[in-house]
Structure formats: C-alpha cells, structure tokens
Design a protein around this ligand. Structure first.
Ligand SMILES: [Zn+2]
Ligand SMILES: [Zn+2]
Length: 387
C-alpha cells in the first residue's frame, strides 16, 4: 500500500471520533486563552493516538505541542480552538482543531517511512487581534525545529490563497471628569464626546486611505448614566492594511483621530495593545500546489471566485507564522452561504454534514501534502534549509 492510502486508512479508523471531537468543542465554546476543555480534549485525542504531548508550553496554559515520528523533515500543523464572544464557534475553529488532529494522526502512520516528524501546535486565542497565541509561541520558541507549517480554516467556499491582510487591535480609554449633566455641566469633561470626535475623524479619514486599508471598532464603555457627564469611556478598534509595512503607515493616522478627541474635549487619552500585530499571509507556492492537487483528488476543487481572489479577507496570526517559515492557510468550504464567518448562522453551519466533510477533507489533504513535501527531494531540501 502506498503512503497516502495507508494514511487514509489510518484516518478512517479515527473518523467518527474526530467528528465527535469537532462537535464537542463546538458545543463548549471557550474564549481565547481560556480554552481549557478544548485543549485538554485535543491533547487527549493525540495522546491516545500515540503522540507525545507537552501541555501548557511557553507559559500559555491552553497551548500545547504533540509530536509523532522521527524523520528529518518536521512539519507543524496548527490547531485553533477559541471562539467568539456571544456567538460561539462562528469562525469554525472546532473544524480547524479536529482537522489538525486528524491530519497529524493520518500522517503519523507513515511518518517514519517517508522521513517525517509531525507536530500539532495547539495555538490559543487567534480571535484576540493582538499578541495572538501563535505570535507568543513564535517569540517563546513554540515553533522551534519546525520547517514548515499548515492549517485549514473554514469559510463559506474553498479558497486556496485568500488575501489575508495585516491587523492590529488596540484599546482606547478616555478619562474626563464627572459632573451633573444639567445643573453643573460646565464643571464636566466629557469623555463620551471625545469618542464621538474620534469616530467622526475616522469617518473622514476613510476618504484618504488605500482601498485595502480598514479600521473598525466598538465602544465598550460609553458612560454610566445620562445625567452624569461621562468621565470614563473606552473602545476597542482594529486597524488593517495589506502588509505590516502599510499598517505601520496607517496606524499613526488612526491614532491621531483619537488624539483629536482628547484635544477637543480636554480628556486624557490612553491606548493599550496594538504592540504585536498580525502579519499578512505569505502562501508558500509549492505547499499550496500540493494542497490543491490533494484537495482536487478528494473531489474538492477550487472554484473561480472572481473578485474574491483579490479582495482582502480577514487577518490571522498564521500570517506571522508564514513570515517565519513556509506555510499555507487554505480556506475550506462548508457550503454555508448566505451565512459567512462571524455570524451566528455560520456557527450553526459548523456542525453540519458539510462541515464534517470539510474537516475530513481538510485533514486528508493536509496529511497527503505532508507526504508530498517529504517525498519531493528538491522541496524537502528547500524546507529543511530553513533556519
Ligand atoms: Zn474569526
Ligand atoms: Zn477564524
């Protein structure tokens, strides 16, 4: 039996368990850095399959690394398993997690025959927007020794190389002074007005940015009572640009809008976060070509998506991984339209039969891609030449 058939045969014996794992994570959504149950279940599944598992690596309690095989080419498969506030697994990270485990179990079956070491990297908190799990793991040696990295991410439709852009999330806090809003308004300093001015300035700035730039946010504290001049207000914002370099140009312009709010009202401004942005994604050409062929062999072609091929999508800390080593991040379709990521309707789709099929196809396409990378001498040498 060839390596791909052997990997598939091994996957089939775990198939039902992996669907159960995906559904269990979906039924118990946990926010970033709090994914205790999800990470424990993933570690348990990998340990049961014979992986050696290190939990809580790099001072991140819900991160882990699980290894099998002892070949010279070391491939990391990233698992995400955090959810979104209020709407659960609306980004389908349950599918990412189960497909990562499935891919690793399947590839591990033939790892020593083809010269592979396979590690699943459990990467918490992808949705937080700044200093995500992969960024902290990269800084702290969590990816040490790994030559190339991959994951699949659910989406309404399949997309091999989606345009993933850089992003930076930060929090804004204004401090003014309380006063009776009617009897003594002249003694108040209105921190809510500061936010209004900032939002107006941001709206005007939108005329003068690149088509691939974005900024968007929410007010997390708008004041305490209508008859008290708001003295404390806060907001969370995300700034995005095509690349980290362009983001570095845009971010100061956005910050100036918040400074304008402070200047006009006399409030004090403080900005926190934004210090560890998500990078743009560089899709490795060879890895993407193998993934495409494997996906097609599984009956999952990549449709021509027209403008979607070049339109900016979201951002992910997998971008930071892709700048550190050859990587891919294909989007795997769960046939959810009109529901799209970050909608509660998408949450419901993430345990549908189409979602389960995506988990299975994603796992096998990744496992087969690992085998291809290990058995293509020139590509294997290129990957292993990574520092
Ligand atoms: Zn998301
Ligand atoms: Zn996501």
């Amino acid at each position: 039996m060839d390596a791909k058939s052997a990997a598939r045969e091994r996957f089939e014996t775990s198939r039902e368990g992996l669907i159960g794992l995906s559904h269990r994570i979906h039924a118990h959504p946990e926010l970033g850095f709090e994914e205790e149950k999800s990470s424990a279940w993933l570690c348990e599944a990998l340990a049961d399959a014979g992986f050696s598992v290190d939990k809580g690596i790099c001072d991140l309690p819900t991160a882990f690394r699980a290894r099998a095989g002892s070949g010279p080419l070391h491939i990391g498969i990233c698992a995400e398993y955090d959810s979104l506030p209020g709407i659960g697994h609306a980004c389908g990270h349950n599918i990412i997690a189960a497909s990562a485990v499935g891919a690793a179990i399947a590839a591990a079956k033939v790892a020593d025959d083809v010269g592979l070491t396979i590690s699943v990297i459990g990467t918490p908190a992808e949705e937080v927007g700044n200093a995500g799990g992969k960024i902290l793991l990269l800084e702290r040696g969590g990816f040490k020794g790994i030559h190339a990295s991959m994951m699949v991410h659910p989406a309404p439709f399949d997309m091999l190389r989606s345009k993933i852009i850089a992003a930076s999330m930060f929090e804004v806090h204004y401090t003014g002074k309380e006063s009776h809003a009617s009897a003594f308004p002249e003694l108040g300093v209105n921190a809510a007005d500061a936010l209004t001015i900032a939002q107006t300035a941001l709206g005007l700035l939108r005329q003068h940015i690149r088509a691939t730039d974005r900024f968007h946010g929410i007010v997390t504290n708008g004041g305490a009572a209508p008859n008290v001049v708001p003295a404390h207000t806060s907001a969370k914002y995300i700034v995005r640009s095509e690349t980290l370099a362009q983001l570095a140009e845009l971010r100061p312009k956005v910050y100036k809008c918040f400074e304008a709010g402070a200047l006009a009202t006399g409030s004090k401004l403080s900005i926190t976060g934004g210090d560890k942005p998500y990078a743009e994604m560089l899709h490795d050409g060879d890895m993407a070509s193998f993934y495409r062929a494997n996906s097609e062999a599984l009956g999952r072609p990549f449709p021509n998506l027209g403008e979607w091929e070049t339109r900016p999508t979201g951002s992910t800390d997998m971008g930071n991984v892709s700048l550190a080593m050859p990587s891919i991040h294909p989007m795997i379709g769960i046939n959810s339209l009109p529901a799209v990521n970050h909608q509660p309707e998408f949450t419901a789709h993430c345990v549908s039969p189409d979602a389960d099929k995506a988990m299975i196809d994603g796992a096998l396409a990744m496992a087969w891609t690992c085998i291809d990378l290990a058995t293509a001498p020139a590509i294997r040498s290129r990957l292993m030449a990574q520092p």
